[in-house]
Design a protein around this ligand. Structure first.
Ligand code: CUA
Length: 180
């Protein structure tokens, strides 16, 4: 027979257990966002998906990687059925890169294994994330959000080059080609 006090004790110990579990989960979120820069995009930036090709930062000549006058690197991408534009992204190794991506049609996603690059791309919004690529070479960046019949064919290549080989043109732009 449990007395009222036994019941109360049991309730309190369950409560303490749940509090510890919640504390652990919050700890994982805080530590991973502080040390591994893993976090969802927090800013809500709106853009008119019907006018991307006509005006503003996502017109064709603005896509790809550019070294800004202050030395920082920005890569702008379009995720559209069923390709990323451009298909090849050139970036220098161990350098902070800001990725800015948007979609003119449906929801896409992108991920680069071994990095914190992992986001959804939603028409009407700009997805921005900051990263640093630490390994030289070609990295596949597939679309990871089912976007239609061509989804499995939708990917881009991230080409990470040594700093010595990073030679942007006079406008600060750098491009690459996907082989084949
Ligand atoms: Cu784009 Cu799946």
């Amino acid at each position: 027979m449990s007395t009222e006090q036994d019941i109360l004790k049991r309730e309190l110990s369950w409560g303490a257990g749940v509090a510890v579990a919640v504390g652990l989960l919050i700890g994982v979120v805080v530590v991973s966002s502080a040390t591994m820069v893993l976090h969802p995009p927090s800013s809500v930036e709106l853009i008119d998906p019907a006018r991307l090709h006509l005006e503003g930062e996502f017109t064709e000549q603005n896509l790809g990687t550019v070294q800004n006058p202050d030395g920082s690197i920005t890569t702008r991408l379009l995720a559209a059925q069923f390709a990323f534009v451009p298909r090849c992204i050139l970036v220098p190794v161990d350098t902070p890169v800001t990725l800015r991506v948007t979609s003119p049609d449906v929801i896409h996603g992108l991920i680069v294994a071994g990095t914190n690059v992992n986001t959804m791309v939603i028409p009407g919004y700009v997805s921005e994330l900051r990263t640093e690529f630490r390994s030289i070479g070609d990295h596949i960046m597939p679309c990871h959000e089912y976007c239609g019949l061509g989804h499995s064919e939708m990917w881009a290549m991230v080409r990470v080059v040594p700093k010595e080989s990073w030679t942007p043109d006079a406008e600060g732009r750098a491009r690459c080609e996907v082989p084949g």
